[in-house]
Ligand binder design. Structure first.
Ligand code: COA
Length: 221
């Protein structure tokens, strides 16, 4: 069977840096761009306010929540993300709503040939949750990964209790592959995660963005 590998990669990471959008959802216009140094204040304010909503689903890391999300923590994180982005290991997107930073979509662990695979993770400000923002953002990122970035497979892992995240993946058409037992240390313990995936063959014409638009959940701007 013929392979569909893109041409060998030379120079910089394909598809990065990238900015795109926009899709209108009931909450406003959703677009994506690389995270910026000046996201520090907004990132910190949302993350500290939303500890109770975010912590049950995110990897456990050393230090207290407030300390890890202080404004002063962002420059080092941002530098690390920017470096990893330039090396082609990650795509660290900010989600914007009407131009305002409201969350992140992170494509991580990018492995090129022979796998052409990565995982996708996301979070959004609780004050805009439930209005289709993440679904619209992830759809656009997935389409970018399968086009400009040249990937073949994307994975997402979700705790079985995370109803909102499971719903995002269902709306996008991610396929459940199984259960990873004690997969990730989240909120202080090793937690089972459902594994979902999508390969390029499963995209319809126009990709996930077209699917989200056709379902009436978003419209192109
Ligand atoms: C998961 C998350 C990113 C979803 O973001 P979002 O912008 O609200 O997502 P969307 O609005 O596109 O879709 C959410 C869906 O879940 C549904 N939902 C949310 N909470 C729900 C609940 N408790 N029970 C049932 N459905 C729920 C919403 O109604 C919506 O479905 P609908 O469009 O069919 O009505 C957001 O909740 C979040 O940041 N959570 C904390 C961090 C996190 O869990 N990250 C993912 C780790 S895998």
């Amino acid at each position: 069977m013929a392979h569909a590998y893109p041409a060998p990669i030379t120079g910089r990471h394909p598809g990065w840096p990238a900015s795109f959008g926009a899709l209108r959802v009931p909450a406003g216009v959703v677009a994506l761009r690389p995270v910026r140094l000046r996201d520090a204040g907004t990132w910190s304010a949302i993350r500290i306010r939303d500890e109770g909503y975010l912590a049950p689903w995110e990897p456990t890391t050393p230090g207290g929540w407030a300390q890890r999300h202080a404004v002063s923590e962002w420059p080092a994180r941002w530098l690390q993300l920017r470096g990893a982005g330039r090396r082609g290991a990650v795509l660290p997107f900010a989600i914007t709503l009407d131009g305002r930073f409201v969350g992140q979509v992170m494509v991580g662990n990018i492995v090129r040939e022979p796998l052409l695979s990565a995982y996708v993770g996301y979070w959004v400000d609780s004050t805009v949750a439930g209005h289709g923002v993440t679904t619209a953002a992830v759809a656009q990122v997935v389409d970018h990964c399968f086009s400009r970035v040249g990937l073949h497979r994307l994975e997402a892992t979700v705790r079985p209790e995370n109803v909102a995240s499971l719903r995002v993946l269902a709306k996008l058409g991610f396929r459940r592959e199984g259960l990873f037992q004690r997969y990730l240390d989240v909120d202080g313990a090793w937690r089972d995660h459902c594994c979902f995936a999508l390969t390029i063959e499963e995209l319809g014409p126009g990709g996930l963005t077209a699917r989200v638009v056709a379902s009436g959940r978003a419209e192109r701007v």
